[in-house]
Design a protein around this ligand. Structure first.
Ligand code: F6P
Length: 322
């Protein structure tokens, strides 16, 4: 192999830059030429390439976002789109492609790998941390710490006004952010898409906690798939309990900012492991981390399985919120 490409796709995540840096530097070290593909699969289809060398990735380890930029590309979901992408890669002499992103990114990569000779390898980077087979995805640690800082601040004002605050965190289909942020932020309840929420039960729990002397509460809610869902929950509770409720939607704030040390280390480790993998027969895999060890998970395993939440941790809020 002479030349590889690298791209970031889907929702950006803090640590993507640190990961690109590790991919580029370890590839150069192994004698490969590296091409950066701008704007994910969209940039591949519109041939937006930039030559990358060691210096091109200097001074980016600390930067949030992704300097290659990202996109959610519809065209790559079609076989015509992928055919076009493969032709472009072949014309450019790009034999291997490192894709940094989440499940959507890997779905595109798995299809390209199946339909061509291009060697693809994935690196999990999504604040949602919902990639099967890896304990952590790049960006998750930064996102939960950003959300936690916000919750600590919200708690001050919730306390000052004896209010119930509903803090919405990201996670359309998964509650990994909500769970960790909820536990670390001392939330009274954690509402996640994986579990149905009984609003009457929630009201009973809040009532009991007020009886025990609590004056304010934080409820962490994963955004879920329905816009306005946190607002609806807050309105219900306000009506039923005649309590003062407020909603704070943290939104994209959680996606930005400098990556934490943990995310930079994970990104560096997985970037190097991706290059080792692509040169040693691990194409068609996602490189992740399990109990601190690097693991290679086949694309089909990642795509066909759902990462499970730690339900014991979720249950522990009942004890901790007393
Ligand atoms: O990348 C994951 C994520 O941040 C989700 O948590 C969120 O639901 C979604 O992306 C938001 O996507 P967009 O930035 O395209 O609105």
């Amino acid at each position: 192999m002479q030349k590889i490409g690298v791209l970031t796709s889907g929702g950006d995540a803090p640590g993507m830059n640190a990961c690109i840096r590790a991919v580029v530097r370890s590839a150069v070290q192994r004698g490969l030429d590296v091409v950066g593909v701008r704007r994910g699969y969209s940039g591949l289809l519109s041939e937006e390439f930039v030559k990358l060398n060691r210096r091109a990735v200097a001074n980016i380890i600390q930067r949030g976002g992704t300097f290659l930029e990202s996109s959610r590309c519809e065209e790559i979901k079609t076989s015509e789109g992928r055919k076009k992408g493969v032709q472009i890669l072949q014309r450019e002499g790009i034999e291997g492609l490192v894709v940094i992103g989440g499940d959507g990114t890997f779905r595109g990569a798995a299809a390209i790998a199946e339909e061509s000779q291009i060697k693809l390898i994935g690196i999990p980077a999504t604040i949602d941390n919902d990639v099967y087979g890896t304990d952590y995805a790049i960006g998750f640690d930064t996102a939960i710490n950003t959300a936690l800082e916000a919750i600590d601040r919200i708690r001050d004002t919730a306390d000052a006004f004896d209010r119930i605050f509903f803090v919405e965190v990201m996670g359309r289909l998964s509650g990994f952010i909500a769970l960790e942020v909820g536990i670390a932020g001392g939330a009274e309840e954690i509402i996640i898409p994986e579990r149905e929420t009984d609003l009457e039960e929630l009201c009973r729990t809040l009532k009991q906690s007020f009886k025990r002397g609590k004056r304010s509460s934080i409820i962490v809610v994963a955004e879920g798939n329905e816009v306005g869902h946190t607002m609806q929950i807050a309105q219900y509770v306000e009506y039923r309990l005649k309590a003062s409720c407020r909603v704070c939607i943290l939104g994209h704030l959680q996606r930005g900012g400098a990556p934490t040390a943990r995310d930079r280390v994970l990104a560096s480790k997985l970037g190097i492991a991706a290059i080792e993998g692509i040169l040693n027969g691990k194409e068609g895999h996602v490189v992740g981390e399990k109990r601190g060890e690097v693991v290679y998970i086949p694309f089909h395993d990642v795509l066909e399985n759902k990462k499970e939440l730690d339900t014991d941790l979720l249950e522990s809020t009942k004890v901790l919120a007393m």
